[in-house]
Design a protein around this ligand. Structure first.
Ligand code: HEC
Ligand code: HEC
Ligand code: HEC
Ligand code: HEC
Length: 350
């Protein structure tokens, strides 16, 4: 029998971690019963009364060209999906029962006729957090319900204290906004390391993506319309700055290590494909981080990489959060040569 485990993933995990920054991530995982509570907070990207597309047409246009969108339409039909399902005895990939393990990573749940069901692929709220509690404050000055409603593009001229108050209020209500790159990365790797031993060993699902945060976020995923010039009349999707790419590269490596260590420690079958894949992944992450450290000084990162003192996942995560707070990327030019320049899929331009 498959027992439903809320394994180390989902936007829930990252938004809770964001609220309780210093606590042990595993300790703030929602109780199993909270899965439906989380689904109930999903507004949806399209097709609902309060969905993101009411205001974010350009982002939705970009998202519709991604694998994250297409997985809802196509993935359940292909041969590999059928094989994996057969190996696990999963009847339908879109079976809405909470214990169907495909739901967690491939779909966003919504309600239709008062029932939860998968309605979209990986969507806005898979990355930015279920929106019910933050959607009506994140675009209001000061982040209060009665704050002045912002127009598209107002954020570019917003005083920084006002912006911080708005985004902090939204984050406290569960939003993972664009500056929370640690929490965003936790979400990406929470799905892309495929932290589900049964799915990998018994189901023969791919044991994780060969995922670099820069290479994977700057192609088809990129949607920097709000901070680009000209919105909304002439929306453009600006590339990330050099400084942001450096931060993403380092945070990606750290979070990959954190989650892979966690997955490795949780592995039960030392002979299985899952254990082997996670051990290899940990090795690759360490190599990548050592390479970074050979080029630049990042003390918090060096502290958890001492070979005689193997770090725990929590220590690596704490170091990653410190890094995000203390580095704007300007001093990391020496790693530019390591950062991938070929991206997954091409970014959408309007
Ligand atoms: C823990 C997250 C997670 C879960 C749970 C999950 N998947 Fe996936 N799946 C992924 C990711 C991430 C990819 C993309 C892999 C890549 O491109 O590197 C993927 C890709 C796939 C693919 C295409 C890759 C291939 O091997 O052909 C199939 C098919 C698939 N999943 C089927 C399923 C089925 C069926 C289930 C449920 C039994 C399921 N997945 C559950 C994360 C997950
Ligand atoms: C009623 C209009 C409206 C709706 C609905 C709406 N947004 Fe927004 N959103 C805005 C405005 C306005 C801004 C600020 C634009 C700016 O900064 O100039 C914004 C900004 C954002 C930002 C950027 C903040 C940051 O820097 O990280 C994100 C992310 C975001 N919205 C996500 C969403 C998601 C996801 C949904 C759907 C659940 C959604 N929004 C629904 C109007 C809306
Ligand atoms: C809720 C789980 C989930 C989250 C969170 C997530 N992904 Fe994915 N991602 C998937 C799945 C599942 C697929 C495979 C979809 C398919 O083709 O069936 C995928 C596919 C992709 C692809 C396409 C890969 C290809 O084969 O071309 C890219 C690129 C990608 N993800 C990047 C990201 C980035 C960057 C983040 C974080 C900012 C992220 N993903 C967060 C589940 C997730
Ligand atoms: C795969 C994860 C993922 C998905 C899906 C996703 N976002 Fe984002 N979003 C991000 C990341 C990562 C950033 C920050 C990028 C950066 O600053 O480098 C971001 C930034 C943003 C911003 C701010 C952009 C700017 O110019 O500053 C907005 C607005 C936004 N997202 C809205 C949305 C909406 C609406 C959707 C759904 C149509 C969506 N996002 C889907 C990961 C995601």
């Amino acid at each position: 029998m498959h027992h439903k485990k809320v394994t180390g993933r989902t936007a829930v995990l990252a938004s809770l971690a964001a609220l309780m920054v210093m606590s042990v991530v595993a300790a703030v995982l929602p109780a199993e019963d909270d899965v439906e509570g989380t689904w109930a907070k999903i507004m949806g990207p399209i097709e609902t009364d309060n969905s993101c597309d009411a205001c974010h047409g350009s982002e939705v246009g970009a998202w519709k060209l991604t694998h994250h969108f297409a997985t809802f339409r196509n993935r359940h039909k292909d041969k590999r999906a059928k094989e994996i399902r057969a190996n696990l005895g999963v009847k339908r990939m879109k079976d809405p029962a909470p214990e169907n393990m495909c739901l967690e990573c491939h779909y966003t749940m919504g309600t239709k006729s008062n029932k939860f069901r998968p309605r979209w692929g990986v969507s806005c709220e898979s990355c930015h957090g279920p929106a019910q509690d933050w959607v009506n404050i994140h675009y209001k000055v000061g982040g209060t319900a009665d704050g002045k409603v912002m127009k598209w593009g107002d954020g570019k001229n917003e005083p920084s204290a006002q912006r911080a108050a708005r985004l902090d209020a939204a984050a406290a209500a569960g939003m993972i906004h664009s500056e929370m790159i640690y929490e965003i990365a936790v979400n990406c790797f929470g799905c892309h390391t495929v932290p589900n031993e049964e799915l990998v060993n018994k189901g023969k699902h791919k044991a994780g993506s060969d995922f670099d945060l820069v290479a994977w976020s700057q192609g088809e995923i990129r949607h920097n319309f709000v901070s680009s010039a000209g919105a909304p009349d002439n929306p453009t999707n600006r590339p990330a700055t050099k400084q942001q790419l450096r931060r993403l590269y380092v945070v990606g490596a750290m979070v990959d290590l954190e989650i892979s260590l966690r997955n490795l420690a949780a592995a039960q079958d030392m002979e299985g494909a899952y254990h082997a894949a996670m051990a290899a992944r940990v090795g690759r992450c360490k190599d990548k981080i050592q390479q970074i450290l050979a080029a630049v000084e990042i003390p918090e990162l060096a502290a958890v990489m001492k070979s005689d003192d193997p770090a725990t996942p929590d220590q690596v995560g704490a170091a990653a959060r410190t890094f995000v707070r203390t580095h704007d990327g300007s001093t990391l030019g020496a790693i530019d040569g390591m950062i991938p320049t070929a991206y997954m899929g091409s970014a959408y331009k309007e």
